[in-house]
Design a protein around this ligand. Sequence first.
Ligand code: NAI
Ligand code: MG
Length: 347
Amino acid sequence: QTLKIGLIPADGIGKEVIPAARAAIIALGSDIPKPEFIDLVAGWECFTRTGVALPEDTVQILKDECDCALFGSVSSPSRKVVGYSSPIVALRKKLDLYANIRPVVSVAPEAGQKPSVDLIVVRENTECLYVKEETLTSGANGKEARATRLITEHASRRIGQMAFELANSRPRKHLTIIHKSNVLSITDGLFRETVRAVPSLPGIDGKYDGVTIAEQLVDSAVYRLFREPEIFDVMVAPNLYGDILSDAAAALVGSLGLIPSINAGDNFVMGEPVHGSAPDIEGKGIANPLASIRSAALMLRHLGYTKGADRLDIAVDQVIREAKFLTPDLKGTSTTSEVLEAVLRKL
Ligand code: NAI
Ligand code: MG
């Protein structure tokens, strides 16, 4: 039995951290089926070379041959480039990876991580402003730019179900719905009401009775996240709010370079560090590989390979706690490969 893993390092530090995740997976030996890696391309560099950011081949091989995948990061430009569209946003849609699950956990308060952070941001991954329907017209006020924000009952319901399921599986069983319904009463209102209605869906039969539900407007949610992160367990949010909240939460534990995620659908899972391509440190060999290694762990856990996932998480936690081999984002002086070596020794 083999485990076929598509690897899409894409751009920038993605090329430095995905190989580290690969090495950590190999080190698991017989705790997982024999891994078989398939190298795939996508990204800005791919676009500048070939004119396509997400080759059809990449999507097809993921669909037809891979059991799961790991994605690095893309360098999407901040200006409009004709023909270019972010491949990660497209992949989430094409593979219907509707949930982006982002755990943020403090494992070493003594190393400056804010204590008692143990939360998961569950981000809707297919709609909201990320449908990217933007128009530019001219009017009485000069140029007028508009964007569509799509919220559907279907997508809100399935992300709500995922969030309730996760909350129910955790000791605290607490779910906070993030929205801005006081201003956006129709779009965020639909999200809020649909998620709230999940426990009374047919077939649920009281399964979520033990889950306590709270809600928080997105702006004050960021405020409370910094003041009292311990009040949050599982947070469920529309796409854009979830994106912003999870980067903010990363600051509580010291670095974006520690935060993993999975993009999950009913048929496929793709691990992905939450961070971007980090142009400011790319090529220097100092990118933190721990977010990618943890993303591999989350991916394996999602597939049911609990033992392998546990081993990766424990090794990463030990390296953070020892604080001997850390990259500069965590105030260390080690390189990417020295941190990887430290993880491999723990494994
Ligand atoms: P970023 O996440 O790339 O970097 C933000 C800051 O965190 C930088 O100072 C960076 O050096 C640091 N950082 C991030 N990951 C790190 C790691 N593993 N180790 C050490 N330090 C780390 O976000 P930014 O600068 O806003 O975006 C840069 C590019 O990345 C943009 O082109 C953006 O479009 C892209 N991006 C791609 C994402 C993806 O592929 N899913 C997600 C977010 C941004
Ligand atoms: Mg982001």
